[in-house]
Design a protein around this ligand. Structure first.
Ligand code: HEM
Length: 289
């Protein structure tokens, strides 16, 4: 048995390459911020820069956490579940830093912080997501899981979907100009939710390569449509005109294409894995004959 702080060891106390990789991944943004320290310190608003970085990485690690279920099924790599909790708690650490940096940016005036968080919509939404994540982090231990019971614990942790949705809304609300990255993030979240919905509807843990292809195309189309409608409403222009720009590659690669590429990569991974499995099953049969 390993001490719980020895995050690089598995439950039996052995060094775990997977856990070490997850730890390195979680520490990368911190390393990047240290590397950029000079540029950040000389920037116009160093604290605001760090607030943005911490918020972005918290959302990214939440996305990685939600990707574990589809990825371990598609790649047949069940061990991935071992690092899910670490990634989720890591996301919470970044979001805790996000709030602390915000408090520092407000010169530690807690009265002002409380006022802002309860009066500005994007902060009300971010604050609600923050509280939800705090509850998930506090109940993430084995002891809490036992105390709550498996079913209640799982139900409680399903609020993570609503939390990510709120975090995305907060991300959109505070984005002043270029919405490319938030739209891409929303498209990926759409894929993750659609994957779960389809698997639940078909009552299976294994979607076919064809279903994954369909998912990639549908979610990408919805991402194009969502972006076009959003921009059309915000700037009072025709959504068809926005779509026209999206299909003009010279104007840049819009998030709909990026979501399509990600979805197709997943379908390709599934295709290769299925072929690989059937080839090794055939080899085993021949060897047994
Ligand atoms: C009490 C809770 C929160 C506060 C006070 C807060 C505050 C802020 C502030 C002040 C900004 C920058 C806005 C600007 O420069 O105009 C920001 C951006 C952001 N926040 Fe939060 N936030 C909170 C919760 C969250 C949560 C829970 C998440 C995600 C899990 C999140 C993700 C983000 C993201 C992704 C950005 C934009 C980063 C970028 O521009 O790349 N925030 N937040």
């Amino acid at each position: 048995m390993s001490a719980s702080w020895q995050l690089w060891r598995d439950k039996r106390g052995r060094l775990s390459a997977l856990r070490i990789a997850a730890l390195v991944l979680l520490l990368l943004p911190l390393g990047k911020a240290l590397y950029d320290a000079g540029a950040i310190a000389h920037g116009a608003r160093p604290l605001n820069d760090l607030i943005h970085r911490a918020g972005f990485w918290a959302l990214t690690f939440l996305g990685v956490t939600l990707s574990i279920t589809p990825f371990r099924r598609i790649a047949r790599y069940g061990n991935l579940v071992e690092v899910r909790r670490m990634l989720g708690v890591g996301a919470f650490c970044y979001i805790a830093a996000h709030l602390c940096l915000y408090i520092a940016d407000q010169s530690y005036d807690l009265g002002k912080v409380a006022y802002e968080i309860t009066h500005r919509w994007y902060l009300i939404i971010g604050g609600t997501a923050w509280l939800g994540l705090a509850v998930l982090a506090a109940t993430s231990t084995d002891g809490m899981q036992r105390r709550l019971g498996g079913l209640r614990w799982r139900r409680l942790h399903q609020i993570v979907y609503a939390i990510v949705l709120l975090a995305l809304i907060h991300y959109f609300q505070q984005t002043k100009a270029d919405i490319t990255v938030p739209v891409f993030a929303a498209g990926l979240f759409g894929w993750l939710m659609a994957y779960r919905a389809l698997a639940w509807w078909r009552d299976t843990t294994e979607l076919s390569t064809l279903a994954l292809l369909g998912l990639a195309v549908t979610v990408s189309a919805l991402t194009f449509a969502g972006e076009a409608i959003g921009i059309a409403i915000a700037f009072h222009v025709s959504p068809l005109r926005v779509l026209g720009v999206a299909f003009n590659i010279d104007a840049g690669i819009r998030p709909g294409w990026q979501v399509l590429a990600a979805g197709l990569a997943v379908a390709a991974l599934d295709f290769v894995r299925v072929r690989w499995n059937s080839r090794s099953a055939r080899a085993r049969t021949v060897a047994a004959e």
